[in-house]
Design a protein around this ligand. Structure first.
Ligand code: CTP
Ligand code: MG
Length: 238
């Protein structure tokens, strides 16, 4: 194992059903570049990241090689692999296709506005804590409701976090947890840290992130995304 090697898994094998577009949402363009380009570029230009593993749909591998990796001259993309049916299948495929690494950052390719600061903070936190996730303090009041939609309680906002990606782990720890998960029958996980929560007792640190790191999910998000890019072009180095 190469000491302290840091790999980024960028997930782009989803179908983007909620976007209801012909082309999967990660290939839609904002400011003339595909959404996926932006997240790849942030990992490409971050000095703490050694390599990128790109996960896409089986039929999109050639397209991504030509129209993303070569076209934009990405140098850190070590391999493009095919994803699976669910997000966790895609992550599991990626984890099984990396070797000789110490840390992995798992990121949704549909979150193009990841910042250099967040990547840096996550890498520092994973080295210190072995497992960490990015989150922002919840702006909304969150209620727990029962099955008939009666309010049960209101947790304090101080302990509520909206969780994003990247989520980062020591490679051996997350691979072992995923291997256990895959043996289960009814798998219902919505992020990677949940796999650790369910399969291990390993503590997971929350790293405070950025409200701009949204996941492009529906059409409104494209409009918001365009505005974020305009804002970023105005503020140099943001
Ligand atoms: N993803 C993946 N493999 C899957 C499902 C999702 O790699 N089988 C990726 C998506 O491409 C996306 C990220 O995981 O970058 C987060 O998923 P989500 O926002 O739910 O994207 P989609 O599943 O594509 O969208 P939808 O749920 O609306 O179909
Ligand atoms: Mg999905």
């Amino acid at each position: 194992m190469i000491d302290n090697r840091v790999s980024a898994i960028v997930l782009a094998a989803g179908k983007g059903k909620r976007m209801e577009s012909k082309v999967a949402k990660q290939y839609l363009t904002i400011n003339e570049k595909p959404i996926l380009y932006y997240s790849l570029m942030e990992f490409e230009r971050n000095e703490k990241i050694d390599e990128i593993i790109l996960v896409v749909g089986e039929n999109d591998i050639e397209f991504c090689k030509n129209d993303i990796v070569e076209k934009y001259n990405f140098k850190k993309i070590r391999t493009i692999i095919k994803g699976g049916k669910e997000r966790y299948n895609s992550v599991y495929n990626a984890l099984n296709n990396i070797d000789k690494t110490k840390y992995v950052l798992i990121h949704d390719g549909a979150r193009p506005f990841i910042t250099q600061k967040t990547i840096n903070d996550v890498v520092c936190a994973v080295i210190e804590h072995k497992a960490c996730i990015v989150g922002v303090s919840s702006k909304d009041t969150i209620k727990i409701g029962d099955i008939e939609r009666w309010v049960e309680s209101t947790p304090s906002r101080d302990v509520l976090w909206s969780i994003q990606t990247p989520q980062a782990f020591e490679y051996n720890i997350i691979l072992a947890a995923y291997k256990e998960l895959i043996k289960e029958e009814n798998i219902n996980v919505t992020d990677d840290s949940m796999v650790l929560e369910l399969m291990t007792k390993h503590p997971i640190k929350i790293v405070e992130g950025d409200y701009r790191n949204i996941k492009i999910t529906t059409v409104e998000d494209l409009i918001i995304g365009e505005q974020f890019l305009k804002m970023r072009n105005l503020i140099i180095n943001s």
